[in-house]
Design a protein around this ligand. Sequence first.
Ligand SMILES: [Zn+2]
Length: 390
Amino acid sequence: MAPFVGTAARYEVTTPPPADGSTRARTGRLTLTHGVVETPQFMPVGTNATVKALTPADIRDAGASIILANTYHLYLRPGHERIGRLGGLHRFMDWDGPILADSGGFQVVSLGDLRVVDDDGVTFRSHLDGSTHRFTPELAMGVQAALRSDVAVAFDQPVFPSSPRAVVADATERTHRWAERSLAARTRDDQAVFGIVQGGLEPDLRAESTRFIASLPFDGICIGGLAGDETPAQRDAALDVAIPLLADDPRPRYLMGLGSPADLLEAVHRGVDLFDSVLPARVARNGQLWVPGGRLNMRNQRFLDDPTAVQDDCPCLLCTRFSRAYLAHLFRAKELLAYRLATCHNLTSTLDFMARVRASIQAGTFPATMSELRLRAGRISGSEVGVKSA
Ligand SMILES: [Zn+2]
């Protein structure tokens, strides 16, 4: 397949899926204004222009090549215009690699009773101070232009995967109109724009949305409305509808909001290239450390006397310098360093897992090593089994 060359984005599939159909997994190279992203790739989330508890050097050391920032949060605080005046998001947070800004659609629509959706946009009340605001596709694009992210995302109306069909159909139709308006509102030629497929768990709506969004001149295709309240089997089924329709499409595919190694693996197998989630960092701050095959709960008393590393062969700041006993102590004492060290480890663990997945795909052994990779991933997600430590 010839490389895709879009606005401020180039994507080249470096290892195509095998012809025998055993997997849709592939590797690729996404070139953006601030650098290159090898796919499949996981993007740590920097909600407030910071990956919580980490410095940019920590993020880089964990193996991250691209991070995500939240348009909704930065619009409210400190304000996108202020970030623009200060030179944009890269300078503001001192991260010189690629940044993808989400559209704000997910956060705005998730406000529940605090928001009203109409065909033109969404009126909502700030979760910070209750003040009233309005997002339209044009405003969301303007906010992202001020942030100067490498990738902006079209404004959409996500719904819970399990929503009634009429609700999904209505939101999907609106998302399509907003996708066209988002593209028309594009102002920067150094910023790629990705469109979002909706359609919930309804196969025909998901297919229709995939075809529609893929027909527009976006630089990448986001698969939205998943990683919510659906089961893994329902998610797999939705991907099995959408991805085959993109088999001959040269653009990167990004499943929004997925974050556990086990879930990432299955989605890569189905042909997804990019992911983001707060999950590895959030569970780290709760004392849950991801290790091959499962997790360690640092709040467990038995770690207070354990002089070994959390994970022997892990190159992270925590594992190369400190013991389980020390980290367990820091969590009990609610010391701030606990959050930094645990987050460094879980992001290193997640990004190392993705590197192993890429190496396996490149070696042509991915289908054969799926079972080994599944064991390494453990079953860490909403439905946790095979946990290494209680
Ligand atoms: Zn580690």
